[in-house]
Design a protein around this ligand. Sequence first.
Ligand SMILES: Nc1nc2c(ncn2[C@@H]2O[C@H](COP(=O)(O)OP(=O)(O)OP(=O)(O)O)[C@@H](O)[C@H]2O)c(=O)[nH]1
Length: 374
Amino acid sequence: MLATPTDTTASATSTTTDSSKVELKSTPADLSSTNTINQITHNDTLSFTPNKTINQQQQAELQPIKMMVSLLMEAVVVVDEHGTIQLINEHAIDLLVGDNLNNETARPDATIRTEEPITTPTLIGQQWQTYLLEPQKSLYQKMVIESQIGARPLNHAPAETTLRLMDKSNKDVEVSITHFALNTPLFAIVIRDLTKYRMEYKQLHQWASTDCLTKLANRRVFDSELQNHWQSCTDKQRPISVLLIDIDHFKIFNDKYGHILGDYCLQKIARAIESSLPDADCTAARYGGEEFAIILPNCNARQVEQTARLVQKNINDLTYVDIGLDAAVTVSVSQGHASEVNGQFRTSTALLCAADTALYRAKADGRNRINACL
Ligand SMILES: Nc1nc2c(ncn2[C@@H]2O[C@H](COP(=O)(O)OP(=O)(O)OP(=O)(O)O)[C@@H](O)[C@H]2O)c(=O)[nH]1
């Protein structure tokens, strides 16, 4: 969120004795002497003094804005030039308080600033920037300074950020800042909760990258991971291997026990393959119907052969009693592997083709076998 402010050499003096204004410990000239406003931090150059009282003219200007803010369906906070919250609607209070405190009775007061004693915490008068996390907090404060010295108005298009809520939880949001050019400068901060969208995005991303039956990586991920690992391993002159695994006579299994049990069988085999991976850098994927594949970056022919033997053992050892089949029922796989070590393959596709040829030979040689590309 909040674009990095640009350098400024503005020479207007902003230091003021009015306690309602921001106090710059260094003048803008001083700021330019530090070369860039980006170097300013909140602690060493300024302090925000909340604007505790607003006069009658300001109150009059606030009225239509107050009405608009209260009617809007978006969460809206209106702050003054120091970032002090002057207006806030119910949606914004609900959002900034956080679910943990919202469920408690001591919920902050939603009304506009009042001079009456406050018995519950109120967000009016609080500093907006206390809800920001670094680096957005510093960026916001720099933007405030820039607007005060006339370098640029404090406006910002919707941008994603994370807020630190009153209940100490974090929330992913989109925030925009709009300057109301009134006698009293005010800034409408519109906050959009992104939690739902982030969760949906995560879910969609998972669906797009995972095989829904076996929960292994899908073919799309396999292809892109193979390309990435190929590039990285060949760049570093490290070996890379590919192992293809195909279930033997799976059509017979399906015909005999039905496709539902066939699906369970595929799931069990996927777990057996996953548990055979030598390290976390390896990717196991469902390559096609009853075919699986493993990418083994930094692994040579000996290491991929060891993995293939473990895959074979783990699958041969599986029983299907838990899905209602006889204890004697077993399933085997045929495997083919190829390794790039000294530049014998020009592309990752050539490596994959070599593993496929080796797999074909394992099938032809009688199945339940491991074959290496020579
Ligand atoms: N249950 C189930 N079966 C599947 C799935 N995908 C593919 N299959 C089955 O896998 C079988 C593949 O058959 P074939 O290509 O003849 O291979 P095979 O019977 O394993 O024989 P070989 O590979 O030559 O040992 C077919 O019966 C497909 O229906 C799936 O998602 N679920």
